[in-house]
Design a protein. Sequence first.
Length: 223
Amino acid sequence: MAVRTVPGEASVALPEAGEKLFAPSAARNLEPIADLLALIAPQPDGAGGPRPRALEIASGTGQHIVGFARRCPQLEWHPTDVDPARLASINAYSADSGCNNIAPARQLDATEERWPKDLAAFDLVILCNLLHLISTPEAKALIRGAADHLAPGGRFVIYGPFMRAGELISDGDRAFHAKLSSHDPEVGYKDDFDVMDWLQASGLEMVEVIEMPANNLALVARR
């Protein structure tokens, strides 16, 4: 996936101390997403086996992965991103967090048709605020890749803004979608029913659709 530029009105990462980047939107939506993950995250088997594994696609600055690791300490978290500057930021946040359940950030282009063969299966995959910033073919490839790397019973959570049955439901959504599409005609809000179809076409079962703050949705699917 090429690292796309976004219009100024979109959320962007701002420089912080050292290698850390800061995204205001990540700070705003961390708590509700972490609350959701705490409800649906898998638990250890109780027999002393390894922690369940969680993958975050497009971890961005690293703010989310630290919050998720703290809220769900029973999971082994694996952050990824395509951008080297963001990989460095993720590792900087992780190092400062004191969490012992975050793996080093890995470079991953999740829109590739085939993900790396050495990337094992995960019990939870989370994607936040990316589908509207990539094209439809890229979104479909990402969903197929995530489905291929879900363990049996594993869940895939997609969080972000969506069209609802083909409609944009607020003035803010309409303005943001128009700005994204004018900046890059290949991107913009995806329809919630289309994304659910793509999840099911990839062999996943829809579990629930959850209304989130600021007109966002969380789509939860299961292998």
